[in-house]
Ligand binder design. Structure first.
Ligand code: ADP
Ligand code: MG
Ligand code: MG
Length: 888
């Protein structure tokens, strides 16, 4: 290796800096940076992550020249510290510490007090005039070295220590004296022997073994697991650096101590100094939790000068790094040393508050603030969560797909009706179903949460729950439901109707019993402010998918700039409307159908008006009837018997109608625009309802922007046919009313043929909305209702990187979108382009849609805040938009 492998700092100089995190690890880079800033840091040197990489790629061996480089650095360390490694009079002691580019707290190893042996320990005792301290330090080193570097069980050492304590009849380490520690050391050496190991007396030998142990710990089980959990791919980081740092001692008496502090409160984000201090202790004592530390302020009582210096430097560090810092420090005989600083981990709440406060304090710009909070954190703040302590104790009985975030607890019910009954009495319930259908919507709304045994991320239950902002878990296949017996079994536990369960729609986990939930914080205070920053930065518009005025209002409050998708069919399920809809479906003649539609018209008109009002002049995209008609009719005999007379037909007739409507593959059946081709009068009625509602708005002096959307178009001829009908109907009404009203007619792009003939379609359509659910289904040929059974095999084998219904498949479906965009805009540069599939609320997909230069995304109301943030982050990342001064 001809690269520089060792970076020195100390004595007022530093070869490294904070910019070199990849090479020196976070710890090493920041130690160098602090030395550069002239802060009191014990001198030391860092061996680069490249050496770690070399080590693992070369059969656990080091580059040839490393030894000489380490020797040279050690010499400099001796000069700066005025001590000598292994010296009988004034020995240099060091710590050997791990530290990768990404902080992995406690995952790898650190060894303290290295350099002690039978000789140097005596020098330490003499120089400090504190034999107890010296022998304690020595036995700690032997223990840590044995455990970390040689793999001797930690437990064996603890046992020996306890033995000495017992013999002396004391309970605490602090009650032991120098001679006791000498005994402990003898016992420790025995332990080495029994384990067939040798404790090296030569400090150089100790150092090399320790360096190798730190590099070795890069691949220990803990560290590998940590990286996996945190989404760090193997090979993404080079490895860990090794920091060799002069020891300073916090355990030299009452004017010594050690602590950890944060420049702001990591739980709330409040701008107060926060931390802990333990007098007369070495760093590991705090972490090990053997003694309970004091709150940081205690230091102000014990050592006021040190406290003053510490808080001043805390401010300096936060200003320098422009973010909240997590700092480790040690006081040795009244002198303060900084051992580490890093960006502090924080709760979602604190992340938002700190980002916003730092903007107000002028430390960072808005673009930086927006990058400091993840969409997940915003999501967390908007949904209830379980009490962390209670959930730890709860019994997990199953797991499914985390379909709609948030935590809910309630009594189990197995039918929508039951859910509504209980809810009326104010009893919280969890609706448990094999799957849900449109008839269950009332019960879903009444329930606290929804749990289904089947279905995927775009199943009915998932989509509707997200729209309602209700926690939901779907496809929990471990749960076996017996609807007859009103019970389910999961992992050997039987849960009966009325028993309490708790579900976490954020993690997908199901728990037995009641768990306390914590209310979400809502869109107020700093969260609202942060999202306003996001709005200033983003170029993508954010709309909501909302079908009823209540959802539209929620969406508006969350900052939606319009409705990107109103699914009109949902309006037909409410109350007695379903009967009118059914009468329309069973009509034998056009006249009968028109009569039934005539009854639906005023109801639809009122719905649309409510949506227009909620949207306050922002565009409202209304999709004409989309699902196959059989979804509106019952399947079972009993219900048909009840329904037939109400519809004025015989049961036989109704059965025949249902049978005729049956389709082998309804997703590709008689639905979408195809319905309107067969029954144009339905489209006429819906157009009338939309336009009449809009006319009323105009007459009331209110702004309104209706957009009529034709679903499932595969050829321009379908659109031409409908466009003509819609426009004739609309224009006639507008003319009759004598008002000024503009409206748009556009289409969904969700059939591959539609996407690749987008240039033809754009001749007619004023806008495209990509229905990425259907587009994914049809482009991949994956049935949304069935893909759950095999998608994990695909992901495990790396064929698809992730669930294509969750994160848009950029290579395939994404290309469809790009092609349609390019073709469409080539004939109509004004063409408005949006997305209204579930991907519209997924940050990763939003980034893609930003890059593809669409105009807006539309998502369920509760995802609107997430989409606003994700869109702003995409704008910052790809430097397209209105932000200024975004550094790094
Ligand atoms: P981690 O990455 O797990 O935080 P560190 O390398 O920071 O591990 O070491 C753990 C503890 O050991 C620190 O909290 C610090 O207090 C103590 N420590 C490390 N190096 C030294 C040193 N040179 N002098 C005194 N204490 C040290
Ligand atoms: Mg540390
Ligand atoms: Mg569709």
């Amino acid at each position: 290796m001809d690269k520089k492998m060792v970076y020195f700092y100390g004595g007022g100089v530093a070869e490294g800096s904070a910019k070199m995190k990849n090479l020196l690890g976070g710890k090493g880079a920041n130690l160098a940076e602090m030395a550069r800033m002239g802060l009191p840091v014990p001198p030391g040197f860092t061996i680069t992550t490249e050496v770690c990489d070399y080590y693992w790629k070369h059969d656990r061996s080091f580059p040839e020249t490393l030894e000489a480089d380490v020797e040279a650095a050690l010499k400099r360390l001796e000069e700066v510290s005025g001590k000598k490694f292994g010296d009988k009079d004034n020995p240099l002691l060091v710590s050997v510490r791990s530290g990768a580019a990404v902080s992995m707290p406690g995952m790898m190893d650190t060894i303290l007090n290295l350099g002690l042996n039978d000789e140097t320990v005596e020098a330490l005792a003499k120089n400090t005039n504190n034999p107890r301290f010296a022998y304690d330090a020595y036995r700690r080193f032997i223990q840590m070295f044995g455990d970390v570097a040689l793999g001797i069980p930690h437990h064996d050492f603890e046992e020996a220590l306890n033995q000495v304590k017992e013999e002396k009849g004391v309970k605490l380490d602090i009650e032991l004296e120098a001679d006791d520690f000498k005994k402990v050391i003898e016992l420790y050496k025995e332990i080495y022997k029994k384990a067939g190991k040798e404790f090296p007396q030569d400090p150089k030998k100790q150092l090399w073994i320790a360096i190798e142990a730190v590099f070795g710990s890069w691949m220990n089980e803990r560290a590998i697991k940590y990286r996996a959990i945190n989404g760090i791919k193997e090979g993404e980081l080079l490895g860990t650096a090794v920091n060799v740092v002069m020891m300073v001692f916090g355990n030299m008496g009452d004017d010594s101590g050690t602590g950890v502090c944060f420049t702001r409160d990591p739980n709330t984000g409040e701008n107060i100094k926060y931390g802990e201090y333990l007098p007369n202790a070495q760093g590991e004592d705090v972490v090990a939790g053997i003694r309970t530390p004091y709150p940081l302020e205690k230091l102000n009582e014990i050592l006021p000068d040190v406290y003053k210096q510490l808080t001043e430097i805390m401010d300096k560090l936060e200003h320098h790094y422009k973010d909240m810092q997590d700092i480790e420090f040690t006081v040795e005989k009244g002198k303060l040393y900084f051992l580490q600083t890093r960006t502090g981990k924080r709760t979602a709440k604190a992340a938002v508050k700190i980002a916003v406060d730092l903007v107000k304090e002028g430390l960072i710009d808005k673009a930086t603030a927006v990058m400091r909070v993840t969409p997940d954190q915003i999501d967390k703040l908007l949904h209830p969560a379980f009490d962390t302590e209670e959930v730890k104790k709860a019994q997990e009985i199953g797991e499914g797909l985390p379909a709609s975030p948030g935590a809910a607890t309630g009594k189990v019910v197995f039918s929508a009706d039951e859910a509504e009954e209980f809810a009326k009495e104010g009893t919280p319930v969890i609706l448990v179903r094999p799957e849900t259908s449109p008839e269950d919507v009332g019960g879903m709304n009444a329930a606290e949460g929804i749990l289904t045994a089947t279905g995927g991320m775009t199943s009915h239950a998932a989509v509707v729950a997200r729209g309602m902002g209700k926690p939901a878990i779907v496809g929990a296949e471990e749960i076996v439901i017996d609807e007859e017996a009103k019970e389910f079994t999961a992992r050997g536990v039987t849960v009966k109707d009325g028993d309490w369960i708790s579900i976490d729609g954020t993690t997908g986990k199901v728990y037995l019993g009641k768990i306390k939930t914590i209310k979400p914080q809502g869109l107020e205070g700093e969260v609202a402010e942060l999202l306003e920053f996001a709005d200033e930065i983003r170029v993508l518009g954010v709309r909501a998918n909302a079908d009823i005025p209540r959802d539209a209002k929620v969406a508006r409050n969350f900052g939606a700039e319009g409705i990107g998708l109103c699914r009109t069919e949902h309006m037909f399920f409410e109350g007695d409307r379903i009967q009118k809809m059914r009468r329309m479906i069973v009509s034998k003649t056009v006249e009968q159908r028109e009569a039934a539609l005539e009854e639906l018209l005023p109801l639809q008109k009122d719905d649309f008006k409510g949506l227009f009002e909620a949207m306050e002049g922002f565009p409202v995209t209304i999709r004409l009837l989309d699902p196959p008609l059989h979804e509106f009719l019952p399947n079972d005999e009993e219900q048909m018997k009840e329904l037939a007379p109400q519809l004025g037909i015989t049961v036989e007739e109704l059965k025949e109608i249902v049978e005729n409507l049956h389709e082998f593959n309804p997703m590709m059946g008689h639905r979408g625009v195809r319905l309107a081709i067969t029954y144009p009068e339905v489209a006429v009625m819906q157009t009338k309802a939309i336009i009449l509602a809009a006319i009323e708005m105009v007459k009331e002096g209110k702004k309104v922007k209706p957009e009529i959307m034709i679903p499932l178009v595969g050829t321009v001829k379908e659109l031409k046919y409908l466009d003509k009908i819609v426009r004739e109907t609309a224009d006639k009404l507008i003319e009759e009313a004598g008002v000024d009203l503009e409206y748009k007619v556009g289409t969904m792009i969700e059939v591959p043929r539609g996407a690749i003939t987008a240039d033809e379609i754009a001749e007619v359509a004023q806008f495209f909305s990509f229905g990425t659910n259907d587009l994914t289904q049809m482009t991949l040929g994956f049935s949304r209702d069935d893909y759950g059974k095999f998608i994990n095999d695909y992901i495990e084998k790396g064929i698809y990187e992730s669930d294509p219904f969750k994160h848009v498949d950029q290579t395939g479906v994404g290309r469809m979108v790009k092609i349609a965009k390019d073709y469409g805009r080539s004939v109509n540069p004004e063409l408005k382009l949006g997305v209204c599939g579930e991907h519209g609320g997924d940050p990763e997909s939003i980034e893609f849609f930003h890059k593809t230069q669409l105009d807006y995304v539309s998502c369920s109301p509760y995802r609107v805040p997430i989409a606003r943030l994700a869109a702003a982050q995409a704008a910052v990342k790809f430097k397209r938009g209105k932000f200024v001064n975004y550094a790094d």
